[in-house]
Write a protein that binds this ligand. Structure first.
Ligand SMILES: *[C@@H]1O[C@H](CO)[C@@H](O)[C@H](O)[C@H]1NC(C)=O
Ligand SMILES: *[C@@H]1O[C@H](CO)[C@@H](O)[C@H](O)[C@H]1NC(C)=O
Ligand SMILES: *[C@@H]1O[C@H](CO)[C@@H](O)[C@H](O)[C@H]1NC(C)=O
Length: 219
């Protein structure tokens, strides 16, 4: 993930340089997580609206996504691969968030705990500032996604220790304002949009979604 963020980030820096008035960033699926982290990791970029279309923002734990990339891997033992030196060289390993093995997640994951400021680093301040500078953060997802698991991860919700889904506003990342979500929300700059009846591979193709929930943010 860090590698992809550097690669895409450099391209966006070039585009952004030609548009001093600011640009909007729209990411889909894993690209939505990449887009979000670009905003955090390149805090000098002038990004106005960030639209996250069904991205695993709080992580992923489910076979649907796993099997797109690793068809043979079993859900319950995937952590043995992902929480290792080798597994951290896969993008999904970087945000694999196994609720049954949180100790290993925090120990091995080189990515998600850091960009969500669950573990502090010398970039934590930067990671918080990036999002707080947005004009709007738009989180789009829905219960019929069938790939992002739990689907609430697209809106920063996730499993707790008892594998019950906790919504963003009741999670640490929000209540302690670890990356600026609460700040944005208080300023009415955080739009959380839930759309039913859309499967993961249709979000960017469904005309209703594009017309009603994306285009209004691209003015
Ligand atoms: C953070 O620490 C790493 C490793 O010690 C160092 O290479 C990097 O330059 C530091 N970054 C900042 C922003 O201080
Ligand atoms: C998880 O379940 C255990 C056992 O039922 C309970 O003691 C604990 O409070 C629960 N934790 C949360 C965060 O709900
Ligand atoms: C787009 O999504 C809406 C809302 O779920 C649904 O009613 C509509 O049938 C979808 N359109 C297409 C072309 O699939």
């Amino acid at each position: 993930m860090w590698h992809q963020i550097e690669q895409f980030g450099d391209k966006i820096v070039n585009i952004s340089a030609k548009h001093p008035e600011g640009i909007h960033l729209l990411g889909y699926s894993q690209g939505a997580l990449i887009a979000r982290v670009i905003v955090q990791a390149f805090p000098t970029l002038k990004i106005r609206n960030l639209i996250s279309l069904s991205g695993p923002q709080a992580g992923q734990y489910g076979t649907a996504f796993l099997h797109i990339i690793f068809p043979e891997l079993a859900l319950k033992t995937a952590y043995e691969l992902f929480y290792s030196y080798v597994g951290q060289h896969t993008s999904v390993g970087n945000y694999w968030n196994d609720p049954y093995h949180q100790d290993l997640f925090y120990k091995y994951s080189q990515f998600l705990p850091y960009i969500n400021n669950a573990l502090l680093s010398n970039r934590s301040e930067e990671f918080k500032e990036g999002l707080a500078n947005l004009n709007k953060l738009v989180l789009i997802g829905g219960p019929d996604d069938n790939v992002i698991t739990p689907w609430e991860s697209s809106q920063f919700g996730y499993y707790n220790e008892n594998v019950t889904v906790i919504n963003m506003r009741d999670r640490d990342i929000y209540t302690n304002d670890l990356i600026g979500l609460k700040t944005l929300d208080k300023q009415k700059k955080l739009d959380v949009i839930t759309v039913s009846g859309i499967d993961h591979f249709s979000w960017h193709k469904n005309v209703t979604v594009v017309d009603e929930y994306i285009l209004p943010y691209l003015d």
